[in-house]
Design a protein around this ligand. Structure first.
Ligand code: APR
Length: 310
């Protein structure tokens, strides 16, 4: 039987996610939003591209959570995007309430979904989804590291003028300015960038990666990035539904890993049919560990803050 994937929020990110899920024939897609007409219109428009893009998925647009019943995966993109000058944290209260209500509605109709949160501020929103859903830690995760690593990979490729597909990278930590790209683990065909670039070059690319979201917000003026975020969420869905067991940086619930417990944090995980099948523990240098700790403290504070709101 075809898998069922619900995408909550038919905005920029949600629409991109729905489109890529369909193009990759990953399952039937339900697009849901609070605004009437938008998910229905976008779903029909996407469905009408099926014969051109050669997909058989059924795309449903709706405002009724009954239509999401028995979803295998739910991607939550509902919420406000950033405006220029705003940080992701500025969205905490408003998006926290949205993610809470969305998760409650989802859980009424799907007993055991895997939830991938995209809404920002990401780490806190994953915390809300896990707390409200009561799902086990392997079934609730956030999309951040895949995107941050993709940005780092892109900047490396542009700097070295070499193919993007040979480049790999790892970014740990919260999805904010304190995220921790790890140059040691950034490679071009297996060669660490430390052997290919100067420290000045690496520092510049790390800084651009940390500010990658703001760079796009500044250019767009209205709304935030959606093409690479959408593709990143679909990469996670694909690894889960096809049981590919990709190792990807995702936001996961820590219980002692990296010296932290009770927080949602970006770490390398193995993604398969049951969701997060393993958290990979890296041996970090003192400097890397200090940066991870700084990021974790920030995330912990944000989680304490959202717990007071919801
Ligand atoms: N239930 C369902 N949909 C909702 C709800 C809700 N309670 N509240 C808002 N929405 C919908 C809006 O109607 C809108 O269609 O969420 C959609 C958000 O779309 P956009 O405004 O285009 O925002 P987008 O760029 O897609 O970003 C969504 O993802 O990357 C993050 O920071 C970003 O938090 C933001 C989220």
């Amino acid at each position: 039987m075809r898998k069922k994937i619900t995408v909550v929020g038919a905005g920029q990110v949600g629409t991109t996610v729905a489109q890529l899920l369909a193009y990759k024939n990953l399952g039937n897609v339900v697009l849901i939003d609070i605004v009437e007409g938008i998910p229905q219109g976008k779903a029909l428009d996407l469905q009408e591209s099926g014969c051109l893009q050669a997909f058989d998925s059924i795309i449903t647009g709706t405002n009724d959570y009954k239509d999401t019943a028995d979803s295998d995966i739910v991607v939550i993109t509902a919420g406000l995007p950033r405006k220029p000058g705003q940080s992701r944290t500025d969205l905490l209260g408003i998006n926290g309430k949205i993610v809470k209500s969305v998760t409650e509605e989802i859980m009424k109709y799907s007993p055991n979904p895997i939830i991938i949160v995209v809404s920002n501020p990401l780490d806190a929103m994953v915390h809300v989804a896990k707390k409200v859903s009561g799902l086990p830690k392997n079934r609730v995760m956030g999309m951040a590291g895949v995107l941050d690593a993709a940005r780092f990979r892109t900047f490396i490729s542009l700097e070295l003028k070499c193919s993007m597909v040979e480049i790999d990278a790892m970014v740990l930590g919260g999805h904010g300015d304190s995220m921790v790209p790890i140059p040691r683990y950034a490679t071009v065909s297996g060669i660490s960038i430390i052997d290919l670039m100067t420290k000045e070059q690496i520092d510049r690319l790390v800084d651009r990666t940390r500010k990658g979201g703001a760079e796009i917000v500044g250019l767009l003026k209205k709304g935030s990035a959606f093409l690479a975020p959408g593709a990143s969420a679909v990469k996670m869905v694909e690894s889960i539904l096809r049981d590919k067991k990709c190792i990807l940086p995702c936001t996961a619930y820590l219980e002692g890993e990296y010296g932290w417990s009770g927080i949602q944090f970006g770490v390398p995980v193995k993604l398969g049919l049951t969701g997060i099948e393993e958290i990979i523990q890296l041996k970090l240098t003192d400097e890397e560990k200090a940066a991870v700790d700084t990021s974790a403290r920030e995330v912990q504070e944000m989680i304490e803050e959202i717990d007071k709101i919801i």
